[in-house]
Design a protein around this ligand. Structure first.
Ligand code: SAH
Length: 406
């Protein structure tokens, strides 16, 4: 019970820090996100009503648990925000329920197999984290056991016991992370069972996901978001399209059917391998992928006089770079569809785009992360013709002044 006498929905909502809004009615959560976005982005464009979920619980298809001890007992959960105190989480209202069941089974097995969990301070112990990913459309399940060393005593019996308890698991991977960093996954991995990846279906296309590849955690809302992004791209079958920060190629592969050609660029090599495989599996032939830093790739393309009609970009929360945005202008992109999970960096980048004559036509928010303070936005920008550009620039500057006066 909280000190107001009201029953809390989640017993650890105070200490876990994952769901800052879980105790608020869903309508109120949406209203707060909408108001925040309007304040932040309203001076660039109109902010359309946020698209919420009908069932805003247990939407996360990826669950991550840190393993450790508390008072001599094996527990799993999350580090309390800003600390290294492990908060035990046995049931989470936003996570996939099947994944939580599997993690509970692993807690039991760790005890019965007498596997030591890793201690960050002393560097002793084996099991650090468990990651469970489920393809909501396919039902395929991946379990990733992150260990501090490659030696996993009684590995085969452990896997056998885990599969017996959960025959629905389709692949198990051991990831080795010996480093003392806060990164969950290390570089090396070993497939212990199954193919080492799972597949999921999004917007009618099938995608392969490896342990370390990025994939949106809320597939129900992601479908709506991607449909909107592709609609905004206004493709007619002829355009040359760049899918920057493309991950496993989702957006570009879905867009390819409506485009002339697509180029995907992504930093993570495992994700690029998945992307190439995904395009092949979907028989998409008008797409090519490059493993590179998006800014370096774009500045290179601009220097060689390359052009793209449409740029789709979906950078991480830290946003893009001024050099990337300048290169978008240099390759003469007419339209930019910017997908963002970081409203602040989106606002910063819209300002940079505006200097180069790109006008934000609208922002469409989607609630991909109910109960948390996060939100996803898709924003359309279009290049203005030279004269219009100057007029809008002056007009926007006036708006800035009025905003600053307040
Ligand atoms: N569009 C994909 C992935 C978006 S997440 C999807 O919807 O699934 C952002 C992606 O940007 C991640 O895959 C991350 O690996 C990649 N990334 C991060 N920094 C990058 C950089 N500097 N250059 C290229 N890709 C980068």
């Amino acid at each position: 019970m909280s000190n107001t006498g009201k029953q809390r929905l989640c017993p650890v909502s105070g200490s876990c820090g994952g769901c800052q809004m879980i105790e608020l009615p869903y309508g109120e959560q949406l209203k707060r996100k909408q108001d925040y976005l309007k304040k932040l982005l309203g001076k660039y464009c109109s902010v359309h009503p946020i698209v919420g979920m009908e069932q805003p619980l247990h939407y996360r298809n990826k669950v991550h648990a840190v393993f450790g001890y508390r008072r001599g007992e094996v527990v799993s959960g999350v580090y309390e925000e800003g600390s290294h105190r492990l908060v035990s989480v046995e049931r989470c209202l936003i996570e996939d329920e099947k994944a939580d069941e599997i993690i509970a089974t692993i807690r039991g097995l760790v005890k019965s197999f007498k596997i030591r969990t890793y201690d960050e301070d002393s560097g002793y112990g084996l099991l650090r984290h468990v990651l469970v990913r489920r393809g909501f459309a396919t039902g395929e399940i991946m379990v990733v056991l992150v260990t501090a060393s490659p030696v996993f005593p009684s590995k085969n019996n452990f896997i056998k016991a885990l599969r017996k308890a959960h025959p629905e698991i389709t692949t198990i991977v051991q990831n080795i992370n010996a480093r003392g960093t806060s990164m969950v996954l290390g570089e090396r991995e070993q497939v212990l069972y199954g193919p080492g990846y799972i597949e999921d279906v999004l917007c009618g296309c099938r995608f392969r996901l490896s342990a370390g590849s990025f994939y949106q955690v809320n597939p129900v809302q992601t479908e709506l978001l991607y449909h909107k992004a592709i609609e905004l791209a206004g493709l007619t079958g002829k355009e040359s399209v760049l899918d920057a920060y493309c991950g496993i190629g989702t957006i570009g592969i879905i867009a390819a059917a409506k485009a002339g050609s697509v180029v995907g660029v992504e930093l993570n090599r495992a994700a690029v391998r998945d992307a190439i495989q995904n395009a092949r599996a979907s028989a998409v032939r008008n797409i090519r992928f490059f493993s590179a830093d998006a800014t370096e790739f774009m500045t290179g393309a601009a220097a060689e006089g390359g052009t793209f009609d449409v740029v789709l970009m979906d950078p991480p929360r830290s946003g893009s770079t001024p050099a990337f945005i300048h290169a978008v202008s240099a390759v003469q992109a007419k339209r930019v569809v910017y997908i963002s999970c970081g409203p602040d960096t989106l606002a910063r980048d819209l300002k940079e785009f505006r200097k180069l004559g790109y006008r934000a036509e609208g922002a469409w928010p989607y609630d991909l992360f109910p109960a948390t303070g996060h939100v996803e936005i898709v924003c359309l920008l279009s290049k203005l013709h030279a004269k219009r550009h100057i007029e809008v620039e002056i007009c926007m500057d006036e708006m800035d002044l009025t905003a600053a006066d307040k």
